[in-house]
Design a protein around this ligand. Structure first.
Ligand code: HEM
Length: 357
């Protein structure tokens, strides 16, 4: 009697796929284990150093690596210098800039709509935006940009470059960007509260949100890995703690006690590290934490238990960190290019916090 071939578990299949993706990309880009963070722009569109991320997968109408080559060759340098200095002065800004970029993307793609400052009306004043940070830095960069290249560089491009530079400053491999995004002409608080994924969502909600933006379930798991750095307020953590009480699969008992003590003692504004083990390292510890029931956010922990996302979580937890950070850069580039306004759409704002009039 013939023995049946061994079944390949979905987990092994995903791991193998991840390894293959990584190896292909390494072969194409000559990864040498160098410090991606130290690679940087050399003029607009020309980069030096070792690249981990392939140049561009497919063209996006209106976006071009050389978009500012003639009109503002110093664009990338201005952003990078300011972001690096700001993060040197306050490391927590790196996470905040990455999150700001994601929230902007969540409402009609990256169009800087989150930066508009219209009290009670604009996205910035939505409940979902309450703890966003980094606005002042982007406005400061814009001011310098205006003095060097008047009415040329959009706030959406500045925010995209700032998020990339924040990520590379904390160890994510550098990825080249294409520019030409235009700034949106509306910003409505209610839309942010409707679209930006926050606590309390189910995995199905999250999958729907990502797929509605042209992203995949894999991107959802990869990008959620941003929670390997940064902080959450107790106000965001507490509701999930109650729901997960007495459910060991959803929350490690001792870790739950720790979170309850910490959030019980302080108010809703108290901070908890999103990755309690290696809070400042951009690594795959976030996925390892989920494996041990130590996800700070309920929405994160659920990714392990859901059949659509669990294998990806296990694969990232069990493979070297490099695999995750490499993929993170790719998915970040994807959100920077999904649903953007280009050409004659929108405008190039003079100030990032206000529409032109
Ligand atoms: C998938 C659905 C997601 C949900 C439900 C979610 C939810 C949250 C919540 C509740 C917080 C804490 C906010 C606070 O209390 O201040 C947070 C923080 C954060 N999120 Fe997410 N998030 C999601 C996806 C993402 C993505 C895709 C990124 C980036 C690519 C991201 C980046 C961050 C970062 C970096 C922080 C820490 C911010 C800081 O320290 O200032 N999140 N997220």
């Amino acid at each position: 009697m013939r023995t049946p071939p061994p079944a390949i578990s979905p987990f092994l299949a995903v791991s193998a796929l991840l390894l293959l993706l990584f190896a292909t990309s390494v072969a194409a880009n000559g990864y040498g284990g160098g410090d991606g963070a130290s690679s940087g722009p050399k003029g607009n569109g020309e980069q030096e150093g070792v690249y981990h991320i392939p140049a561009y997968e497919k063209p996006v109408k209106g976006l071009d690596a050389g978009f500012y080559r003639k009109s503002c060759p110093e664009m990338e340098g201005i952003v990078q210098k300011a972001v690096r200095k700001a993060i040197r002065d306050d490391y927590t800004l790196a996470a905040s800039l990455i999150r700001l970029f994601f929230h902007d993307f969540a409402v009609q793609g990256v169009d800087a709509s989150v930066l508009i400052d219209e009290p009670k009306k604009s996205e910035k004043y939505a409940e979902a935006s309450r703890t966003l940070r980094g606005f002042d830095l982007i406005e400061k960069i814009k001011k310098e940009m205006e003095s060097k290249c008047h009415a040329t560089v959009s706030c959406a491009d500045i925010l995209t470059a700032a998020a990339r530079d924040a990520a590379t400053a904390v160890g994510v491999p550098y990825w080249p960007l294409r520019y030409g995004r235009r700034d949106g002409k509306n910003s409505i608080a209610a839309e942010a509260d409707l679209h930006v994924p926050m606590g309390g969502k189910s995995v199905t909600d999250l999958v729907r949100f990502f797929e509605s933006k042209g992203l995949t379930i894999f991107d959802l798991v990869v990008l959620s890995g941003a929670h390997t750095i940064g902080r959450a307020t107790c106000g965001a953590v507490k509701p999930g703690l109650c729901k997960r009480k007495d459910k060991p699969a959803l929350l490690d008992r001792r870790y739950g006690d720790f979170l309850r003590r910490k959030c019980g003692a302080g108010g809703d504004g108290e901070y908890v590290e999103l990755d309690g083990e290696t809070p400042t390292a951009f690594d795959n510890q976030y996925y390892k934490n989920l494996m041990h029931g130590r996800g700070v956010l309920d929405t994160d922990q659920k990714l392990l238990l859901d059949s659509r996302t669990g294998d990806h979580v296990r694969a990232f937890a069990n493979q070297p960190s490099q695999l995750f950070v490499h993929q993170f850069a790719r998915s970040m580039r994807k959100i920077g290019e999904a649903l953007v306004r280009t050409g004659n759409e929108g405008e190039v704002r003079r100030k990032c916090s206000a529409f032109n009039y």
